[in-house]
Design a protein around this ligand. Structure first.
Ligand SMILES: [Zn+2]
Ligand SMILES: [Zn+2]
Length: 251
């Protein structure tokens, strides 16, 4: 039996009427991750060491910045920037030799090497984010549990069939985990159910967004939009995952 701390949230997400229950889970994890980074984590020395080293991605810094209290954020930024500067310190020592660097036919410029090293260090940094890391790890668990529940729990299977499918990002994640998380005899049937679901739901959403475009034609000025009224945002979220995630302003 899979752990309840994972099965309960997956079940609850599938109780919601939404375009992607996995996005709902991710949104929640993201909000918790951001609140934690500027709240309880301030008292966790291990987390602080890791956060000083890795920092956060642009998107999660933006969410942190939306929280009104700025002191925890400033403390995080202060110590993280100190680490970044330490990593870049060695380039200061290369400035004078770079200034005098005279490359020629027989002498290679040292600029190449230094430029590549700077790009390496900053490139590695770009990929690091404490919130993303934790969120991705937990999402992997949720996906694994979802596949397990689909195979073992008929009630969940029915919920899956009633749902509106998932976004393309999570469609990909589910497909990637089929062979890892399911026994061979369940892999084909799950994939078939997933493809059937996604195909029908993508058609539904395109019908809606198409209807939305038609409503701008003067001949359709009295058209009832119905479910198509918010089609553009739902289509974006179906294609590329959620784009709106409000932080908890009380942190
Ligand atoms: Zn999603
Ligand atoms: Zn991030």
């Amino acid at each position: 039996m899979k752990e309840k701390i994972y099965t309960i949230p997956v079940n609850e997400a599938y109780d919601k009427d939404c375009e992607c229950p996995l996005c709902e889970l991710e949104k929640q994890l993201e909000r918790e991750g951001v609140s934690y980074a500027l709240g309880a984590a301030m008292m966790e020395p291990d987390y602080r060491v890791a956060s000083n080293e890795k920092g956060y991605c642009n998107h999660h810094f933006k969410m942190m910045f939306e929280i009104p209290k700025k002191l925890p954020l400033a403390l995080v930024l202060d110590t993280h920037l100190e680490e970044i500067r330490k990593k870049l310190e060695k380039f200061d020592k290369q400035v004078s030799s770079l200034e005098k660097d005279k490359a020629g036919l027989f002498k290679k410029s040292s600029a190449d090497k230094t430029a590549a090293e700077i790009a390496d260090i900053l490139g590695a940094k770009e990929k690091q984010c404490m919130v993303c890391e934790k969120m991705n790890k937990t999402m992997e668990k949720f996906i694994d549990v979802l596949l397990y529940m689909w195979a073992a729990d008929d009630e969940f299977k029915a919920k899956f069939d009633r749902s509106k499918g998932v976004c393309l990002k999570h469609f990909k994640m589910l497909a990637e985990n089929v062979t890892k998380s399911l026994k061979p005899d369940k892999q084909g049937p799950f994939l078939a159910a997933l493809i059937k679901k996604q195909s029908a739901e993508l058609k539904r959403i395109q019908d809606d967004v198409h209807k939305f475009t038609l409503s701008f034609d003067y001949r359709n000025k009295d058209m009832e939009l119905g479910t198509a009224a918010d089609a553009p945002i739902r289509t974006i979220e179906k294609i590329s995952g959620y784009i709106n995630n409000e932080v908890d302003k009380e942190v």
